[in-house]
Design a binder for this molecule. Structure first.
Ligand code: SAM
Length: 226
């Protein structure tokens, strides 16, 4: 899968995408990342990419033209590949809430290229969404200073659903019985004279019981708590 990232701050992505699983995924050609900076596309003498909002209000708004031109560049690149299926996402705190189902759907629907448009300042001129028929996406009910973190969040969430990205030893959690409460060695850890033990069931070797525990580690169902 190819991710085409429209951002004023491509350097922000370097350390996260250039390390660990996403680095290995790039080396294995499972994913690739391309960056397009609207500032490079600005036809303004001063390379401006923002302007004051119509109707007044604080802050600046990202202008239409440099973003459309950056996306056109991405689309031009995409046309070089055969059999492509493109999805365009525009980050907005008011967009549809991103979920694991959406992440999985991107891979099952066999998209080959995802264009991600990261906003900054007060946001993006609304005509960008209309022209590109982009899907507005939010990663949570809070406001960040830009769309770069949201882009990294969804790249990560989507990539782990691509076959081979997590490797043989770590299949996606969603495909197996797993628990958010997990333990490793030592069996007993002593902190300020208090002993913290691994739940006995996990040492029992009884996989039926272990799976049942993983589904309900706090035993809330048995306690009738819900
Ligand atoms: N004035 C906007 C508002 O109050 O809705 C906030 C714009 S925000 C400061 C700037 C950019 O950050 C947005 O255009 C968007 O790309 C990104 N952003 C901020 N919070 C986000 C969130 N929760 N999910 C997705 N993108 C977000």
């Amino acid at each position: 899968m190819r991710f085409h990232i429209i951002t004023l701050f491509p350097n922000m992505f370097e350390s996260y995408l250039g390390d660990s699983i996403l680095k290995r995924a790039q080396d294995a050609k499972k994913v690739s990342f391309f960056f397009y900076n609207p500032r490079d596309e600005s036809r303004d003498k001063w390379k401006r990419v923002d302007d004051r909002p119509y109707g007044g209000g604080p802050g600046m708004v990202m202008t239409v033209d440099p973003i459309i031109r950056a996306v056109d560049k991405a689309k031009k690149k995409i046309t070089r590949y055969k059999k492509t299926k493109v999805k365009t996402i525009l980050f907005s705190p008011g967009g549809t809430l991103f979920s694991n189902e959406t992440a999985r759907a991107v891979t099952t629907k066999k998209y080959t290229d995802i264009v991600l448009i990261c906003g900054r300042y007060e946001g993006i001129d609304a005509r960008v969404e209309k022209i590109l028929k982009a899907e507005p996406v939010s990663i949570g009910n809070y406001v960040l200073t830009g769309g770069e973190l949201p882009a990294m969040v969804i790249i990560d969430a989507i990539s782990r659903h691509i076959e081979g990205v997590l490797g043989n030893t770590a299949s996606p959690e969603e495909n197996r019985v797993s628990s958010h409460e997990i333990y490793t060695r030592p069996e007993t850890y002593t902190h300020k004279k208090k002993k913290f033990k691994v739940p006995e069931v996990l040492l029992s070797g009884d996989h039926k019981k272990i799976d049942a525990w993983k589904l309900d580690p706090k035993n809330t169902l048995a306690k009738g708590k819900k």
